[in-house]
Design a binder for this molecule. Structure first.
Ligand code: SME
Length: 172
């Protein structure tokens, strides 16, 4: 399956593209990889998009787009660890004003981290960074939370029937 990304895709267009990607499999890693790529290339003013998965009492880096980042983040540390600890979305206008922020990419100025909770269980977080101050207060905050919701939905029961999955598979 190939996805054509336009520079100014609307949220509705991105939703359609995300639905197509998520319809193929409920695999957690595959879908995290696909959504990271979709968001990184489609959203304006972002420099890092990725998933961390909870393993024990720490977050372990998963599929992402952007510069190499912290591999392990203890729950409770940084913006990601705070989202994991509180189960609350962290929308950080200025990362320098967030005590304990972990600077993986020095260009990051603002950040949103959405906890991924399914059936009352924390699975990990979706993290999006921007080189612009206050990026997530004005652009796309609910949309990114929606993307996290679609990801969770696709993990179970999100698989489409096998006929459609086959139709979307690579024909070669
Ligand atoms: N800034 C995050 C660390 C992860 S990177 O941004 C990719 C934090 O403070 O948890």
């Amino acid at each position: 399956m190939s996805i054509e990304l336009s520079d100014n895709a609307t949220h509705d267009e991105l939703l359609q593209q995300a639905e197509a990607l998520l319809s193929v499999t409920g695999d957690a890693v595959a879908n995290a990889a696909s959504l990271s790529a979709l968001l990184f290339h489609a959203l304006e003013d972002v420099n890092w998009v990725g998933f961390y998965f909870l393993k024990g009492n720490q977050l372990v880096i998963g599929p992402f787009q952007g510069k190499p980042a912290c591999v392990l983040i203890p729950v409770g540390k940084g913006v990601c660890g705070t989202a994991a600890d509180t189960l609350q979305v962290q929308r950080i206008e200025d990362v320098d004003a967030f005590e304990g922020h972990i600077a993986c990419d020095v260009e990051s100025r603002s950040e949103i981290v959405v906890p991924l909770v399914k059936g009352g269980r924390l699975l990990g977080v979706l993290d999006v960074d921007s080189p612009c101050l206050g990026r997530f207060n004005v652009q796309d905050p609910e949309f990114i939370e929606d993307v996290a919701g679609w990801y969770l939905q696709a993990l179970t029961g999100g698989r489409v029937d096998s006929a459609r999955s086959r139709a979307l598979s690579c024909p070669c």
